[in-house]
Design a protein around this ligand. Sequence first.
Ligand code: AMP
Length: 403
Amino acid sequence: MHWRLHLFLLWVGVCDGLSSPASTSTTASGKSLLRMNSASRHTLYDLPVSNNGARCRLILYKKGITTSEVDIVSPAELGGLKSEEYQQVNPQGKMPALVIHNNGVDPSSSFGIAESDTISRYLMSTYATTGPSFQPDLARSNLMARFHDIYLTTIQGCLYKPTPPFGVYQTRQDALLEFQSQLQVLEDLVVDDGQYLCGSDISYADAAIFPTLVFAAFMMPKFDGAAEGFQTTLPPKLNQYLEHVRTYDSAFGKVYNEIMDVLEGSWEQERKRWDGIWLAGQRDTDPDTIFDKIVAKEISAGIVRETDDILAFTDINPAAPAHILVIPKNRNGLSRLQKATPEHVEILGKLMVVAGEIARDESLGFGPDGARIVVNDGPAAGQEVPHLHIHVIGGRAMAWPPG
Ligand code: AMP
């Protein structure tokens, strides 16, 4: 399909209802798109907290592009991200979006584009000779930006979303470890000489990756101890790069301050945004139990099943001929079932599957007629060990109701 047709299709909703460049434009819903008559050549709908938009802002700042060329306004001006007006420009309802006005000369040739990569490439092309080029054809830079967009951005939710999934990952631990290894992939691509990612000249990779580094450097320490091997700091070259450019390059410093103002201010202090997030704001403060010692093999137990995250062993004080306990190796907050959150869905499912496997294992003393599979939750139910465990009890008939 020809590119003009693409752009036309993207734009067609926004143009709908435009009568003349001087009039107040309206959409199908009758709401006005006052910005359509903006004095500036473009309107970038974005907010300082938007990580994606930050790459576009960095390009604008670095190139010294003024607001008469690209005015940056909040999506609220079009009624917010979920509004019909905004979604005519970006049907995904996400920041950023760029509306390209035609200085009121020929509104039918105007159009809107979305997605930070698309907008950035448009800006690099439209303002190719204004300020640094950002080397849009540099292979290393494009590779880094693409790796970032495909493998880092898609799981970045593990740093701020309260519940899984984080991309394809069901647990925050797995996503954090993958986030870290993808940072390492970028680290290995950083050129050693020069202050920017690909050497002494700024490239598109800087615009794409710098905002994520700001966010990651701020959030990663909050997940200290979240997973074995998880580092709370950026890899050294990326960390040094972040510190250097934010200090010595004013465009980077500006974007850094925009992001940090929101993170430290309204997100952290006003909204207490991390409080509800497992590991960032909530932690398991209960003391270790004897089950941790069994998991660490510091005391022996009759282990009957072991996977990466589950251990099953015979109960030391069996209530029936067959009595096995199934536990998560890492308690991860599950001192009792009432502590379960959506973050625990995957491990809870795995525990149930193992409990079912054990209940049909006749070599462990279970009979074909079934077993009692129970969780004692709290003292009233007789829970003694504050580390979630499923009792699988069998080898004899059970009474109901239980005592
Ligand atoms: P609950 O009463 O539901 O907390 O169950 C705790 C279970 O752990 C009890 O049935 C105990 O017999 C069992 N238990 C405690 N210590 C050990 C141990 N060292 N090895 C195996 N089972 C144990």
